[in-house]
Design a protein. Structure first.
Length: 361
């Protein structure tokens, strides 16, 4: 068998030990914690791949990212990651690491090997790279790599189970009132988190409106390129797999080209309408909104720039059923599955405890 097949067997064995709580001593626990608990997603997959590959074949060099590396022990790290780790992390670990489809296509993993000279953003990202370069060469045997792999998997299992517990909670049915949901939304919008709060709250309201098996609210993380090739706007709605609505969301200062770029993208995809929803921290840098709405109307395209408060009031006022529990459950799950910041999830969860009486056993 090749390294891909051997690595798959090794990963399953290590996972079973981690589930059973059978942890061999791990001398690199602090190093693993540092990388996994940090913010750089690609380097988390690089570490996972290096540990699995070294545990599988002691001759490989854990610094290598590509088979064409000139370092001794070069191997095809991308294949191990994309063909073994990614599907395992998606299905068994339920995206605990971040749910990236092809992490080795990202720039930090497109070098032949890890090196302190690789181009990476200064500061924290470079510090993580340095830590990888310093520590991975110290892992010289398969046994040491295996102990690190089991430790890492145990950590991811706990992260997975913690995510699952967050979606299990209680909210009293007496809270299912439009005014209480609006109170929660107004309070939550006080913190923008670079627009992520607005995105999740709007997605939650659309979910209540379209909460049927044939409907899908497709949410794209703020300032991240979507993995889906079907992405049109920040938030797209599909019914029976037919694209029916596009929404561009902005919770910071914006200019005319921001609206044009978003509207033209929808137009080019065959759409006929778009809402440009502005959060409480959003401000138009100029008096261009009326003119641009008229211009697109002349092109038979419905474009409206609306304050988010009007959006929320209008849709909540039209909802047949206010289900606060489902609203909170949905925004927590979407945030977890779509790579939103952990602090955003914690913020919204804590507000739900404070304002809506959310409780967990």
């Amino acid at each position: 068998m090749g390294i891909k097949e051997d690595a798959a067997l090794m990963l399953q064995k290590a996972y079973e030990e981690a589930v059973a709580g059978e942890y061999p001593p791990c001398e690199y626990a602090d190093f693993i914690d540092y990388v996994i608990d940090n913010t750089h997603l690609t380097y988390k997959y690089v570490l996972f791949t290096a540990l699995l590959a070294k545990a599988t074949d002691e001759s490989i060099n854990p610094l290598c990212l590509q088979k064409k590396s000139q370092l001794p022990g070069a191997y095809d790290a991308r294949t191990v990651c994309h063909k073994v780790i990614v599907p395992f992390e998606m299905e068994t670990l339920e995206k605990a690491l971040g749910g990236s489809n092809e992490p080795f296509l990202n720039k930090p993993a497109r070098f032949p090997e890890l090196s302190k000279n690789n181009a990476v953003r200064r500061g924290n990202d470079h510090d993580i790279l340095v830590s990888l370069c310093d520590n991975l060469p110290l892992i010289k045997t398969s046994d040491v790599a295996y102990s690190g792999l089991v430790y890492l998997l145990g950590k991811l299992i706990r992260m997975r189970d913690s995510k699952a517990r967050m979606a299990i909670f209680s909210v009293d049915e007496s809270i299912n009132l439009p005014i209480r949901l609006m109170e929660y939304i107004d309070k939550a919008l006080e913190q923008s988190y670079e627009g992520e709060t607005l995105t999740l709250l709007i997605a939650g309201i659309y979910h209540l409106m379209y909460n049927k098996p044939n409907a899908r609210v497709e949410v794209h993380p703020v300032n991240q390129s979507g993995a889906s090739g079907r992405e049109v706007s920040d938030l797209d709605i599909y019914l029976d797999e037919m694209w029916v609505s596009s929404n561009e969301l902005k919770d910071k200062a914006y200019v005319e080209t921001d609206i044009r770029h978003a509207a033209d993208k929808v137009l080019n995809a065959g759409g006929t309408k778009m809402l440009f929803i502005v959060g409480p921290h959003g401000t138009a840098l100029g008096n261009f909104v009326p003119d641009i709405e008229r211009e697109y109307a002349e092109r038979n395209f419905l474009l409206r720039v609306i304050p988010c408060h009007e959006f929320f009031i209008s849709l909540i006022g039209a909802l047949h059923n206010i289900d606060v529990h489902e609203f909170i459950r949905y925004i927590i799950v979407v945030a977890q599955e779509t790579k939103f910041k952990l602090e955003v999830i914690t913020y919204l969860d804590n507000l739900a405890k404070e304002i809506l009486g959310l409780t967990r056993e």
